[in-house]
Design a protein around this ligand. Structure first.
Ligand SMILES: [Zn+2]
Length: 300
């Protein structure tokens, strides 16, 4: 928290200056600014808003969002926002002190979600923050943003509603594809093994068991016990592919895969989009990539 306090102290000194964090292309753009904490939820907002608003993410692609420390520029950008979008449930609470200083409305997307608690470790009992990676919960995020962005740009409400409906339909189709694909898998292969336990919502919807090396990236690393448990599951169920999320350190999981003769796939995207030339440059592409990677990986 010392980092937050320091950031705010410096940020206060910078208030009223130019916005150092704002993107160059936003200069002169008069549309309202929707500011989200990380790239994934920023892209959901962008898809819902279309051309009706400017949407930016405070953190960049590939950043480990759980442990992010806001900068003075982030405070200035937050104060300039017309709508602030956070996920909530711990993953982006580093912004909360900054948001309190902003006049803009603030939408917390996880407010629309029934939480699944984290099962082990330091955060045991707290809600698992990663709801957006399940298409069904992503649709709840879309609905919350449809209302918030419609209120921000009421003249564009019909277009925003239409964009939200189209995005929800795409998510529904991806959710159905995932469920149908999992139903075709041999029962023992219906287990999703990851580094961070970021797939609880998706696994629940898809009918997959879930095993992970650590429950949440914030300070997360596998314990000897969790590593042994995951390795035993991979061995017993002859899991064809084990996964890591793109923002995690994959070494332990790669070793588990090697020892069990399983494949390793470190490409699941959860906490960040990829760059434009990667597999998940948008939220929809992220969900589609993860669904395909999981079905292909477990089908073999
Ligand atoms: Zn995470």
């Amino acid at each position: 928290m010392a980092g937050v306090a320091a950031a705010i102290a410096v940020g206060l000194a910078l208030s009223g200056c130019a916005t150092p964090g704002a993107s160059a292309e936003s200069a002169g753009d008069q549309r309202p600014l929707v500011l989200a904490t990380f790239t994934v939820i920023a892209d959901i907002a962008r898809e819902v808003a279309g051309d009706a608003a400017r949407v930016e993410s405070l953190t960049r692609v590939g950043v480990e969002v759980h442990d992010y420390e806001p900068t003075p520029g982030d405070l200035v950008r937050t104060e300039g926002a017309d709508l602030v979008v956070t996920n909530g449930w711990g993953i982006d609470e580093w912004l909360l002190t900054l948001v309190e200083r902003a006049d803009a409305p603030h939408v917390v997307l996880s407010d629309a979600v029934e939480p699944i608690p984290i099962e082990s470790g330091h955060y045991s009992g707290s809600p698992n923050a990663h709801a957006w990676v399940a298409p069904s919960e992503g649709a709840r995020y879309v609905e919350a943003l449809r209302v918030a962005i419609g209120d921000l740009v009421p003249a564009e409400r019909a277009a925003v509603d239409a964009r939200a409906a189209a995005l929800t339909a795409r998510l529904d189709a991806l959710g159905a594809r995932l469920r149908a694909g999992v139903a075709r898998l041999p029962e023992r292969h219906r287990v999703l093994v990851t580094c961070e336990g970021a797939f609880s919502y998706l696994a629940r919807d898809a009918g997959l068991d879930e095993a992970s090396l650590w429950p949440v990236n914030a300070g997360g690393q596998g314990t000897p016990q969790s590593i042994a448990e995951v390795a035993a599951i991979v061995e017993e169920r002859q899991v064809p592919t084990v996964f890591c999320e793109s923002t995690t350190h994959p070494g332990t999981q790669e070793q588990i895969a090697r020892e069990a003769g399983a494949r390793f796939d470190g490409s699941l995207h959860v906490d960040s989009l990829s760059t434009a030339d990667g597999p998940a440059p948008t939220y929809l592409a992220l969900i589609e990539h993860d669904v395909d990677a999981i079905l292909e990986g477990l089908g073999g």
